[in-house]
Structure formats: C-alpha cells, structure tokens
Design a protein around this ligand. Structure first.
Ligand code: SF4
Ligand code: SF4
Length: 427
C-alpha cells in the first residue's frame, strides 16, 4: 500500500470540505468533522496543502537535526532552492550557506538534471517516430499516471529522478573513508518523502532524508547576507538550474516538438487528451504537478512567480563544470517496471465487481446529483462508491436523510389517523 507524505494535523482541521473538492483523485473524505486521506489514491501533489486555509495539511519531512546521526553529511539541493535569493547572489554563495548550516559537502541536483537531459535526448533519438514521451521527473505526475492513466505508463521515460541520480553521484564522490555517509535532499516537494521510502525505480533510495526548503530558508538567507566567505562549489549550468521551474526541462533539451504543462488540473486535462489520442504532435511532454513547477512546491516559501523569474535569470549561467564522478553513472534506467495502481477497480473478482457496480449505479440514481459535499465525499458518484465499498452509510446524505424523515413522519401521521377513536389524543 502507498504511504503518502501528506498528513493531517487533526486539531487544526475544521471539516470545511475545501480540500475534498480540489483533490485530483478524490482521495479525501470528511468524516466526523475531520478530513481523511485514502492512501491508495493520494498522489502527494500537495494540492490539499495549498488550499487548506487552516494549515491542517502538511507534507512530512525531516528536521535539519537529522544530519547529526551521520559522520559525513552531503546536501543535494533541488534546483528550485536557487529561487530563494536574487539572481545577483551566486549559486556558489547559496551552496556555501548550506555548508555553514552543517553539511560537509554539497552536490547539485541541477548537475544530475543535466545528465538526464543528455540521456533524454539520446532516448528520444533512439525512439524517433514513437511517443509522445512523458518526463519522469515529477513523482506526483508518475503516480498520477499509475493511478488514473495506467494506459499511458509506456509513455513515461523510464529514468530515475535527478534527485536519485544526484544522491548516487554524491555517495560515489564521498568514497569509502568518511564513516557513515548521509545524503539529504533539500526539497520543495511533498512527493519526495514517499519517493525515497518507495522508490519504484531502484531497490533502495540513495537519499537518507528529505529536508524541506521552508525549514532552512530563513537561516540560509541570513547566512547568505552575512560576511561568510563564498566557496567555489557550483557545477551546474543554467540548463540544469532551469529544471527548478516549469519549461526548464523541455528548454534544456533544445529540441523541437516539446510541450510543458504545470498545475495538476492542467496536467490531468493534457493526459486525458493524450489518452484519447488527440495529442500526437509532440515528442516530449514535461508535466509538473505544482503551479510554476518545483518553485511552487508546498515546501517552499518564496512566491512561485518571483522564484520562477529568478530561476530564468540564472539560465544565463555559463557552461557548467564537468563532473568527473558522473561518467560512471551509465545506467539511469529504472530497475523495476512501473505498474498500474488502478484504484477505480471495485474488486479483483470480476463478478463481484460487476455486482458492486450495479449497486453503485442504483444508489447514485437515487442521489440528488448536485455534488454538494455535505456527505464528506467530493461528488455524489464518489459517495455512492464509498457506500458500496463499505466506507459510508446512505444516511450521510442530508437529502436522503430528509426524505427518509419525511417518509417516517408521513407514516406516523397515517398511523396516528388509524388509531381507534377512544385512544385518540382528543379523547
Ligand atoms: S481544507 Fe480539508 S484539511 Fe483543511 S480544514 Fe478543510 S477539511 Fe480540514
Ligand atoms: S512539480 Fe516539483 S515540487 Fe511539485 S510535485 Fe512535482 S517534483 Fe514535486
């Protein structure tokens, strides 16, 4: 079973039902006044975190103190980290700030992204005439395809993420004489915690922990503004840094026939068109679940539009430094096939599933069809499905309940009228 990173802070949830309407896979229900996440359906896209005005939803991450358990600590920052400081502040300075926070070394995920760009170009050339192919860099999109568009699984480029590749390179660089080595992803993303615990593309993730950008941003900005001496640490060029925002990955490919789409509902709309065969003019499709790409991830604090423009300004950074340790990283393909996690299936047994479907349709026919959400499900259809799956009772629908109360009242009135005269209240 999928273990999602997004969690509810129960005391903060006021049961407003805002999140159930915005969840792209209908993975949230409100029951007994509190939101509940159905793990099998969750993408960790962070949409519910963004819409909850009570701040009742969070993405799990590790505190900075987690690095104390390791002898040699390596930070692998996401390219979106560079959006926290104006573009005239060098990436060297931001990375130096990370070392001042307690890391012994840094290796940029942007550098790994450059390797993946090169491999993607090779992959596209090898598969000329096939496709369109979807980037695998956003784990929320990969999971979306698994749970909602399983027929498109073969369209996903089967490469590990830049985070995973960066972690493997960082470990190789550290060598074997540093004691216990810890690799820490500095993350904008709600889905990465789940990715490292369940890395379907490798048996074990090379990342030890995920630290949210928002948890270190203020300290890092303070260090950047201090008189610390800047070290020469940056290796990535603007093409790798650009991956921090939507369009960065597609642009880095420098090829024709690419399209970039951000925001989970836009991504779903595009995948629906792809599934229906309406889109075949593209070779490469970059899809990012968050608005603006990773700069809009739920573990960032900077306004995504501001961060997007900063990342764009950093695009002009000269050629990156060739990473010697990157040479041996020949194989970046997933070691395991991506499988479907189709949550729509009502039961594995075909006959049982058909009977459940018939019951579902019958229940739905008797619901008002206005998707009001007061039953705690996002739509009347989802509510009917909850009933056949045994997750809810028909009387949770206030319209059905009102109808039942009215019927009972009518029956009681009829019974009262039928009382023998001498038992009548006016007797
Ligand atoms: S948006 Fe969801 S999690 Fe937030 S308060 Fe409303 S019901 Fe609770
Ligand atoms: S767009 Fe980036 S931050 Fe958002 S879910 Fe995808 S990988 Fe994570």
């Amino acid at each position: 079973m999928y273990k999602q990173s997004v969690q509810l802070i129960v005391d903060k949830c006021i049961g407003c039902t805002n999140c159930i309407k915005r969840c792209p896979t209908e993975a949230i229900r409100v029951q007994n006044g509190k939101a509940q996440i159905i793990s099998d359906r969750c993408l960790d896209c962070g949409e519910c975190i963004r819409v909850c005005q009570s701040n009742a939803k969070i993405a799990i991450s590790d505190p900075l103190s987690v690095i104390d358990d390791y002898d040699y600590k390596i930070a692998i920052p996401a390219p979106s980290l560079y959006g926290i400081a104006d573009s005239h502040i060098s990436t060297d300075r931001i990375l130096t700030g990370l070392k001042y926070l307690g890391f012994d070394d840094v290796f940029e995920v942007a550098s790994a992204a450059e390797i993946i760009t090169k491999r993607t170009n090779e992959f596209l050339s090898r598969n000329e005439g096939r496709g369109p192919f979807i980037s695998s860099s956003c784990p929320a999109v990969v999971r979306l395809v698994q749970v909602r568009f399983p027929s498109l699984i073969d369209h996903i480029i089967p490469f590990i993420s830049p985070m995973e590749l960066a972690a493997q390179i960082a470990r190789n660089r550290a060598g074997s004489d540093k004691g216990k080595v810890g690799v820490f992803f500095i993350s904008p993303c709600a889905a990465k915690y789940s990715e490292i615990r369940d890395p379907h593309r490798k048996e074990k993730s090379a990342v030890d922990a995920v630290i949210g950008i928002k948890d270190i941003q203020v300290s890092l900005q303070r260090l950047i503004a201090s008189d610390m001496e800047t070290e020469k640490l940056a290796m990535a060029s603007g093409a790798g840094i650009g991956w921090g925002r939507i369009d960065g990955e597609a642009r880095a490919l420098a090829t024709e026939g690419v399209i970039s789409v951000d925001g989970i509902s836009n991504v779903i709309a595009l995948l629906e068109e792809l599934e229906n065969g309406k889109i075949d003019q593209f070779r490469f499709i970059e899809l990012m679940a968050c608005p603006g790409g990773c700069v809009g991830g739920p573990m960032t604090l900077v306004n995504p539009y501001v961060a997007k423009s900063i990342i764009l300004e950093r695009w002009d950074r000269k050629e990156g430094v060739v990473c010697e340790e990157c040479g041996p990283m020949k194989d970046i393909r997933w070691t395991e096939e991506l499988t479907s996690c189709n949550f729509m299936k009502l039961d594995d047994d075909y006959e049982k599933a058909m009977m459940m479907l018939q019951r579902l349709e019958l229940i739905e026919k008797n619901l008002p069809g206005i998707d009001c959400g007061s039953c705690g499900a996002p739509t009347c259809h989802a509510f009917a499905e909850d009933i056949v799956r045994g997750r809810n009772e028909i009387t949770s629908c206030i319209f059905v309940l009102r109808k039942k109360i009215r019927q009972l009242t009518d029956e009681m009135i009829k019974l009262e009228d039928a009382l023998p005269y001498r038992l009548d209240k006016n007797e």
